[in-house]
Design a binder for this molecule. Sequence first.
Ligand code: PEP
Ligand code: MG
Length: 803
Amino acid sequence: MASIMQKAFTVVQTLLCHAACASIVLYTLPDFGIRPMLQPSLSALTTIVEQIARTGDPRDVMGNIVQRLRELMQVDVCSLYLCTPDHQHLILAATEGLSANAVGKAKLKLDEGLVGHIAASLSTLNLGDAPTDDRFVFIPETHEMPYHRFLGVPLLHLRKLIGVLVIQGRERDPFPQEAEAFLITIASQLAGTLSQLQSQGGWYEKRSPRDGYRRFTGLKGAPGLGLGKLWLVRPHLSLDQIDAACSADHDAEKAAITAAIIAVTEELESGSGHLGQHLPGDLNALFSVYQMMLQSPELSQQILARIDAGDNAPWALKQTISAMAEQFRQADDPYLRARAEDICNIGQRVLNQLLSSERPSIEAPDEALILAGELISIADLAEFPLHQIHGIICTQGSVLSHTAILANALGIPAVMGVEQFTPEHHRGANVIADGHRGECVLNPPAPLLAEYRRMIDEEQRFMQELERLRDQPAVTTDGFLVNLLTNTGLLADATPGLQRGAEGVGLYRSEIPFMIHDSFPTEQEQFGLYHKVLKAYAPRPVNMRTLDIGGDKQLPYFDISESNPYLGWRGIRFTLDNAQLLISQIRAMLRADVDNGNLRLLVPMVSRVDEMQSFRRYVEKAVDALNRDGHPVRMPEIGMMIEVPSAMLLLPRLAPYVDFVSIGSNDLTQYLLAVDRNNPRVSNLFDHLHPAVLVALEQIHQQCEALHLPVSLCGEMASDPAAVLLLTAMGYSTLSLSAYNIPRIKLLLRSVSRESLQPLLEQTRQCNSETEIRALIAPLLETVGWSQDKRPGLLAKGAETAP
Ligand code: PEP
Ligand code: MG
C-alpha cells in the first residue's frame, strides 16, 4: 500500500511540475475496487493537470478538476467545497454529479453537515450510508438524495484549510481503503493549485462583463506602482535543450533561420542592442569576431543543408554549431580552440532570435511595458530600454531573488511569486504592478485605472519632494548620524544612487555585469567597468564585492547545477576554487583604484577563517605583482560579509584578517532560519525581524565594537522602515540600500529620536515572533506617517479609495 501511494504521489507531483510535458510515460495505477472497477490511469491525471495549466478562469479550472476526477475514479459525484475569504463558510465551488445550479449557492457553516464536520475536524470521513448519519444536512439546491456512499477529505495548504474534496456514489458501503488513500494523495497534490485559485477570488460570483478585471496576489518585490501593457518574457531555451525535430516546411524553416541570422548580425552591428549600454566598450572587439563567424558561408550552408534533409531550424542550428565548435576544440592553436566558445555564443544568440518573436526589436514602439514571465533574468531586463520598463511581474521568485533586488536598485516596481497568474494568456493587456502591496491588477476598469494613474502621479510628486533631502544628512532628531550608502551592480544604476544622495557604495555586486555578459569578462574589460564605478563615486567609498555566483545567481556560460545550490559552490568558495578568476578580478579592481583611491574589497559568503587568510594573501600578492609591473596600486581595506552563522560565531578569530564587516541580512536570515530566500512557499517564514535574527544582529554589533571593527548592514533589511528603527536603536550607523529607498529611509530617520527607540528595542527583546515585533513598531511608524505597506501616508490613503 505504502509503495502504491508513494508511486501515485511521485507521479502526480511530477505531473504538477511538468504539466505541459508532452511525452509522459503512461503508468497504470492499481484497481481501487470502485464501481465499475475500472482502473484510473495516469493519462487521465495528466489531463487534469494539463487543464490546470491551460485554463485561465478559476471556475473553469475547478470544473475541469472535478469532472476529470469523477471520470478517473469512476464515481457518481465529485464535488469541491472551498472556504470563503472570511473563513466562515464553505461554498460548493464545483461539482460533477450534483446540480450545477448549486455551484456558488450551496453554502455550509464551517461545522455544518458532513462537509462542515470534515472541515472542523480536519479529518477524512468515509461513510456507507451518508443520509442516515446524524451530521448529514440536506441541501435542497444540490438534489443529492440518491447518493449513499460518501468520502470527503480536507484540503490543506501550508497548514491552512482551503476546502473539502468529496466523492459520492449510489452504493451502500464505504469506499475501499485504496480509494481513500488515493483521494488523500490527490487532495494533497491539488491543494496548492486550488489555494491559488481560491485566493484569486471571483469563483463564487456570477460571471460578469467585468470578467477581464482580476487581481492577483504575490510578494512585494520592489516598491512602486507601474502601469503598462503586459509583455510576456519567455525563458531563453539553451542550445543544449534543443531536441531532434523535423519539419516538412523547408521554405518556412529556411526563411526563419535566415531572418534570425540577419537580425543577430544587425544587433551586433549596433553594439549588442540595449545590452551594450551596460557593458564595457572593449566588447566591440568580440562583437566583430562574432560578426565574422555569423557571416561565414559555411555556417548558413550547413544549416540550410540540414533543413533540406528534414530537420527543423533549431535542430539544424544546434547540430551545425556543435559540429563547428568541436572542430575548433580539436585545433592545436590555443587561439582557435578558444573560438569554440564564441561559436556556441553565436549559436545561442541565433536561437534566442529564432524563438523569440515575442521580444521587442530595438525599434519597439516607445510604450510603457510591464514585463511578465516565470522568472525574468537580469539579461532579459537588459534587453529593454530602462525607461520602457514600468513594472515587473514574476510568477516565481521571491522578494530576495536577484531580479527583485535589481528592480529595487533601478526603482522598477516588482511583484514576485504570483503563482496563480498566467501571463501567456494576457499578452498586451493593461496591467498594474503594485509593488507596495505585492499585487498585480489585470485589465483594471476605467475608474480604477484613473485612481492608479492619480496614485502614480502623486508618488512621482512625493519622490520629487524628497529630492530636497538629497544633501541633508540622515540624522535623528537627537543627533545620531546614519551613513546611507547604496547597493548597486550595473553601471546604469550609478546615477540614481548619486542623484538620491548616496554617501558611497556599501555593496557593489560585481556578479551582475558577469551575469549579463556572454562569457567571463577579461581583466581589461573588468578594469574599464570598475574604473567607471569608482570614478563616479570618488572620493566616496565603494565596497566592491568579489564575484558572488551560485544560489539563484547563475552565469549563462558557466553551468553550476547542484541539488542544493544555496549550500554549495557560492561566493568565496567558488572563487577560491577558480583562483584565476579571483586574481583577474582583484587585479582589475586594484588597477581601477589607482587614480580614484576609494576602493574597499568585500568578500561574500565567508564561513571559515582560512578563506579570509587565503583571500588576503591573494590581494597582497596581486599588489606586489602589479607594483613590480609599474602599476602604483595600494593595499585596500578588506572587508568580509557576515552571511553565514559560522562567520558570526568566529568573528574574534576572523578579525585579524579583516578591516571592516558588512552584514548581508538576506543570506544571514536565510541561513539562521533555514528558510530558502527564494522559495515562495516558505516566504511567510522569511523575515529579518525574526527574534533570532535580531539577537544575532545585536551580538554582531557588540562584538564589532569590542574588536574595533567598523560594521554596516547591506541586505534588504536596510530598506525596511521597521528594521531600520531597531538597527538605529542597536547602534548601527552605516546602512546600504537600494538608491530608490534612500530618500524614504532618510525621511524616516530624520523624524525620530534614537532615545525614543530604546524602549522599543527593549520590548522587542521579550517578543517570540516577528509578528509581535512588527505589531510593536507599527504605531510608531504610523505616527511618523509611514503606513504598513511601506507607502508614505498619502498614498496609502489613496489606495483605500480604490474599488
Ligand atoms: C545579502 O545576502 O544580504 C546580500 C546583500 O547579498 P546578496 O543579496 O547579493 O546575496
Ligand atoms: Mg548574500
